[in-house]
Design a protein around this ligand. Structure first.
Ligand SMILES: *[C@@H]1O[C@H](CO)[C@@H](O)[C@H](O)[C@H]1NC(C)=O
Ligand SMILES: *[C@@H]1O[C@H](CO)[C@@H](O)[C@H](O)[C@H]1NC(C)=O
Ligand SMILES: *[C@@H]1O[C@H](CO)[C@@H](O)[C@H](O)[C@H]1NC(C)=O
Ligand SMILES: *[C@@H]1O[C@H](CO)[C@@H](O)[C@H](O)[C@H]1NC(C)=O
Length: 371
């Protein structure tokens, strides 16, 4: 298409979809990759994860000046980019924070001072998970509302507040008071992934981020997918105009017990960690690996692919097609945007021969409705 026509359609399209309010939120770990390799126009919101914590005394631990100054360079390249700090802490530390109005006010003040100093835009709360986890408290759900309210009052409309929330409906129902999240958060990043992870109590292979249930997946098992997650959120009062649909940009690996049993739910004897990035899998089936060969399979219901190696490696993988279908689904049900986890696991250097950030770009195009 000629540039002028493209521009015309873009403008026409913007009017209908209001692209200005679309959220493409991307998690980013400091130095992974170096800030100079992060495309500042790829996402609308960048969420720096791993360097913002909460101490045992309930005090917010902000990134050091080097980290925040480096992160803020994305703003120089794109003044419209929103830069947020994602807070990760152990459950007892979160519980301590929300136990005291003083601690929460202190959190609000400390964060605002840091936003001002480094030209940052807000906080993302990544509490995994209130009430649900073995070391969480029953009071978390109610007290979390006080934290959200305190931060909203301190931030006003000047600074952003978001939360990262669970994928499995079993957790979602217990952990959050969703009308309050709708009221106080600017948006909510739903982590629609990690639906099937290896554990010794559940030693089977499965999809990381299936879109819909497969045949013969019933009751709780039948809810372990992004579609059921979205239905749960919507029915419990999370507004769609604040719902940001999370899509993984990483793969999970399992070791099969028997190479000949390789369908989803086949027995696994452990995890494999060597294939988490798109660059680790983009050429796996098309290149030689000594004696080992890899074959890729697609599941329509899950809108996901998996790769099986003759060395008994079983990978639940994402590719431009799978992330595109998930993003299109998010758009069709009316979500405010998509969240991608995370920048470093995409092909940020363009080594797969599909340009830089092929997964995030595919998801973004599908959400924006481009070809
Ligand atoms: C700042 O924090 C980063 C990330 O945690 C760390 O690698 C670095 O050494 C720290 N720098 C200073 C000057 O403390
Ligand atoms: C937070 O800042 C406000 C206004 O600057 C101040 O009145 C309040 O005492 C501070 N609270 C804490 C806990 O530091
Ligand atoms: C978002 O959705 C809620 C519930 O449907 C509605 O009350 C609210 O006005 C909407 N907000 C915007 C900004 O459209
Ligand atoms: C994958 O294959 C493409 C096309 O054959 C090639 O250009 C690229 O260098 C390979 N990338 C990796 C990461 O192996």
């Amino acid at each position: 298409m000629k540039t002028s026509r493209k521009l015309f359609f873009f403008i026409l399209f913007s009017i209908f979809l209001d692209i200005s309010s679309t959220i493409i939120s991307c998690y980013y770990t400091y130095e992974n990759p170096g800030i100079e390799n992060v495309d500042a126009k790829l996402c609308t919101h960048y969420l720096l994860i791993g360097t913002t914590k909460i101490g045992p005394n309930g005090v917010l631990q902000l990134p050091n000046d080097t980290v925040s100054e480096t992160f803020s360079r994305l703003k120089v390249k794109n003044p419209n980019a929103k830069l947020m700090l994602s807070v990760i802490a152990s459950n007892p530390h979160w519980s301590t924070l929300v136990s005291s109005p003083m601690f929460m006010l202190q959190f609000a003040n400390d964060s605002v001072a840091h936003f001002r100093k480094f030209n940052l835009d807000g906080i993302d709360l990544d509490w995994e998970f209130p009430v649900w986890s073995w070391d969480a408290k029953k009071s978390d759900r109610f007290l979390l509302n006080n934290l959200l309210k305190t931060l909203r009052q301190a931030y006003g409309t000047q600074y952003l507040l978001s939360m990262a929330t669970s994928g499995p409906p079993t957790i979602t129902r217990k952990a959050y008071d969703l009308p309050k999240l709708s009221k106080y958060c600017d948006f909510v990043n739903v982590m629609n992934y990690d639906f099937h992870v290896y554990s010794w109590t559940n030693p089977v292979v499965g999809f990381n981020a299936p879109l819909r249930p497969m045949s013969r997946e019933y009751s709780i098992i039948g809810e372990m997918n992004s579609g059921s997650s979205m239905e749960t959120y919507s029915s419990l009062g999370l507004w769609l105009n604040k719902t940001v649909f999370g899509i993984p940009v990483y793969n999970l690996g399992f070791r099969l017990v028997n190479y000949y049993w390789s369908w989803p739910y086949a027995p696994a004897e452990g995890e494999v960690f060597d294939f988490s990035c798109y660059t680790d899998v983009c050429n796996l089936t098309s290149t030689k690996h000594g004696e080992v060969t890899y074959k890729e399979y697609w599941n329509d219901k899950a809108a996901s692919s998996y790769i099986v190696g003759t060395d008994k490696v079983w990978l639940t993988t994402e590719n431009p097609l799978s992330v595109g279908i998930k993003a299109k689904y998010a758009k069709d049900i009316g979500c405010a945007g998509i969240m991608l986890f995370q920048i470093v696991t995409d092909d940020w250097a363009g080594l797969c021969g599909k340009g830089k950030f092929p997964l995030i770009n595919a998801a973004k195009s599908a959400f924006m409705g481009e070809e």
